[in-house]
Design a protein around this ligand. Structure first.
Ligand SMILES: [Zn+2]
Length: 353
């Protein structure tokens, strides 16, 4: 068993495998032990390592309880605007004089969307809005049984990507816009703004001015570590810029598409603080680390192994530095910290410092 491999396997398996090792003793091979190729391994389990117990989720990250008999909860955001959630996914609808505008239809909420709307009104759905093209946020749209000709509104990049996806569970938008679209429905208003690719092209900011509520999906995770690799943002420098933008925009309530509750400016500020700290720590570790130092001689034939070793050493330093500061401040820090740091080091090294 080569030293690099021992880094990726479970700590539970490690001692038995190390016993068969020809070049290290069981004790030396344990992560963090003196003589291990990666001393000072973080206490946070690495990607792919299964553990029994994760860090307990903070109270501040939890949302209002869900009635288990219902499976969802409806949150009144004021003046006819509602969020439907199972405390993992979030969708929204806006009631006006003669109808209902629905924004997003995540499949986990498929059974609840019409029920949730029926709790407050029997008016028909007259408009559908897609926040972006990802199936996990809109692929239950057919469950809404939209009447033929009901406008489906989305940014033009969303339409382009949906044409390519050719997925019958995500019917194409029928009304598109480039930068801005103001949807007026009776006396109600939704302002749709597009600020460019960050998470995915087409991801739209949906603002309800009367309710001072902003819906932006897959960007901010109130109380939580972002989903892996900055929520798989396709443009990470732009993701950083847009989290700043969300913080600067004027709103009171944030519907972010995920986790157990709506967000506040304090949630955005906390995520920004984490991102800034992560960026700083990663820059420092990149500057302090050189590729090809203290690596197995056999790596000489394999430049990718040498580079992989370098990246691992950078990431380990960052996880070690951030863990004491952040593991109790963002829920699920332990789940995705490795993903975030691998993503951050790559962005800083080859995209933008
Ligand atoms: Zn998405």
């Amino acid at each position: 068993m080569k030293q690099l491999n021992t880094y990726f396997i479970s700590a539970l398996l490690l001692s038995s495998l190390a016993l068969t090792s020809t070049n290290t003793s069981a004790q030396e091979a344990a992560p963090g032990a003196i003589g291990h190729p990666y001393p000072n391994m973080p206490v946070i389990a690495t990607i792919g390592e299964r553990i029994d117990k994760h860090i307990t989720v903070n109270e501040s990250a939890k949302g209002p309880a869900i009635d288990p008999a219902k499976g969802y909860r409806l949150q009144d955001l004021g003046k006819g605007l509602y969020m439907i959630t199972d405390n993992a996914y979030q969708s929204m609808f806006l009631v006006y004089e003669t109808g209902v505008v629905v924004v997003d239809a995540p499949p986990p909420l498929e059974k609840y969307l019409l029920k949730g709307i029926a709790e407050v009104t029997n008016k028909p759905i007259t408009h559908m809005v897609y926040s972006h093209m990802h199936a996990d946020h809109i692929a239950a749209v057919n469950s809404l049984q939209l009447k033929k000709g009901t406008p489906i509104i989305a940014q033009e990049e969303t339409k382009r990507l949906l044409q390519r996806a050719n997925d019958p569970s995500r019917p194409l938008p029928t009304v598109t816009f480039k930068d801005k679209y103001v949807l007026k429905a009776g006396s109600q208003v939704l302002e749709l703004n597009y600020y460019g690719n960050a998470h995915i092209p087409g991801n739209t900011y949906i603002y309800a001015p009367a309710q001072r509520t902003l819906m932006v999906i897959d960007m901010v995770f109130p109380g939580w570590m972002p989903w892996r690799r900055f929520a798989v943002a396709q443009d990470i420098p732009a993701y950083f810029e847009q989290i700043e933008l969300i913080n600067k925009l004027d709103w009171d309530v944030l519907v972010s598409g995920h986790v157990a509750r709506t967000g506040t400016h304090a949630d955005v500020a906390l995520q920004l603080e984490f991102m800034s700290d992560l960026k700083k720590a990663t820059s420092k570790a990149l500057a302090a680390t050189k590729a090809g130092i203290d690596v197995d001689v056999s790596y000489g034939e394999n430049p990718w192994a040498i580079f992989d070793d370098y990246i691992d050493k950078v990431v380990i330093q960052v996880v070690n530095e951030l863990t004491p500061r952040w593991s109790s401040r963002l829920a699920a820090f332990d789940i995705y910290i490795w993903d975030q740091v691998y993503s951050m080091e790559q962005t800083l090294r080859i995209e933008q410092q």
